[in-house]
Write a protein that binds this ligand. Structure first.
Ligand code: AMP
Ligand code: MG
Length: 401
């Protein structure tokens, strides 16, 4: 059996090679439409944020040198609201100022209004106000010339906000990859139809489509492929000519009478791996006319796990993203799990009071397990688990980045 790391290494090396060979297409899009897309170049700020010192409070802007050892009474010489340009502060006066308003030249602190006493058109300001009190410094967030986001970063809502904060309205992003999906299996029936004896509904198709949509790839959905070599080859040829990657499900188990294997081998090349992984032992990886091909196992949980562990990082890299590794954390468990002498297990677990709880049915056919769970617990080969032990945990959210 191939180790998970070796399989992932081979897959990622291939993704790098494809990226080097193919010229990535970049498009300019408005930041309104850039969510989830991948930056094609570094984003450098041409301004300071904030662009000038401004007030963190509603209060009075003063110059601390004009304060005495006791509270000082001064005339209020101007009012500065956010969005309006201030005048330089006249000597020994205070400026009424509001949150976000620019600090007048010659002022070096803001005293919050709760600390001041208004007396007609004068204000009494307490002693001992430190220089820079309640002032947000120019450039405290971003400085001119800073790289705020790197090429290869996939844009999240906060990233779009940051781009807007430096006045960037359009960004250059990589054109999303097109990923073809096809399902194999004579037992499959599409939702909306009636099940007859021996049939099951096709869930993998919708599971994969959902993932790909959530990750902003274009989906070329080839549906269920008729179980003949000719139909399978025709479908794969179409996929290879119009998609950047092809994913099929089902029919890669050992001993399967399967047309996908033969069709891919005839059209291109294919390795069928037995990976030391549970769920998801069989995984096929190959190419048709330089278009990479993944054959995922048919069991829905195996499809889910192999997609997350191998296909997602592959596609992220092929798309030009600079971060394809899910973040893992160490979490305590409240359950026991027998050692698996041969395969690393990815168990479906749920948060419960700061501990991980095991979803009771870990069968690779039980799709409810990935719906009820919050993430995957990683159990290394040969390791038995008992309550109180700490294991590596990866939240499902990590796979949407
Ligand atoms: P296979 O890898 O083709 O041997 O399939 C393994 C198991 O997964 C079988 O029980 C199949 O019925 C099931 N399966 C295969 N494809 C799908 C699918 N698209 N949706 C739901 N179950 C599937
Ligand atoms: Mg099958």
């Amino acid at each position: 059996m191939l180790s998970i790391n070796d399989a992932l290494h081979q897959v990622l090396e291939q993704a790098k090679k494809i990226r080097e060979k193919r010229e990535a297409i970049a498009n300019t899009v408005s930041i309104d439409n850039a969510l989830g897309l991948t930056l094609a170049c570094d984003q450098i700020s041409t301004i300071d944020v904030p662009p000038a010192d401004n007030s963190a409070m509603d209060g009075y802007a003063i110059n601390t040198r004009t304060l005495g050892d006791n509270p000082t009474k001064m005339i209020v010489s101007q009012t500065v609201a956010a969005g309006h340009a201030p005048q330089a502060l006249s000597d020994a006066t205070a400026a009424r100022i509001f949150t976000g308003a620019e600090i007048p030249a010659n002022a070096d602190a803001v005293v919050m209004q709760e600390q001041c006493e208004v007396q007609g058109d004068h204000v009494v300001v307490p002693a001992n106000i430190p220089v820079q009190n309640n002032i947000r410094k120019q450039g405290q967030d971003i400085k001119t010339g800073d790289c705020i986001l790197k090429q290869g970063h996939r844009l999240r809502p906060q990233d779009i906000g940051l781009l807007a904060s430096i006045g960037i309205a359009k960004v250059s992003v990589y054109q999303p990859l097109t990923v073809a999906i096809l399902s194999t299996g004579d037992e499959l029936v599409e939702p909306g139809n009636t099940l007859s004896s021996g049939k099951i509904f096709n869930s993998n198709r919708y599971l994969l489509k959902g993932f790909l949509q959530k990750l902003n790839f274009n989906v070329l959905d080839l549906g269920v492929v008729e179980d003949t070599l000719a139909a399978t080859k025709a479908s794969l040829k179409k996929a290879a000519s119009s998609a950047d990657c092809i994913i099929s499900t089902g029919g890669v188990s050992v001993g399967d009478e399967d047309h996908v294997k033969n069709a891919v081998t005839e059209l291109g090349s294919l390795d069928v791996w037995r990976i030391a992984l549970k769920p998801g032992k069989p995984l096929a990886f190959g190419a048709i006319d330089n278009t990479p091909f993944f054959g995922l196992p048919g069991n829905p949980v195996s499809t889910f796990v192999t997609f997350l562990l191998f296909v997602k990082p592959f596609l992220s890299l092929q798309q030009g993203q600079n971060n394809h590794k899910p973040k893992a954390m160490q979490m305590k468990v409240n359950f026991s799990n027998k050692a698996n002498p041969k395969r690393q297990e990815y168990i479906r677990v749920k948060f419960n009071n700061g501990e991980l709880e095991l979803f009771p049915n870990q069968s690779s056919g039980v799709l409810s397990s990935v719906v009820q769970a919050d993430g995957l617990g990683v159990i290394p080969i040969g390791q038995a688990i008992k309550p109180g032990d700490t294991i590596e945990y990866i939240s499902f959210d990590e796979f949407y980045r």
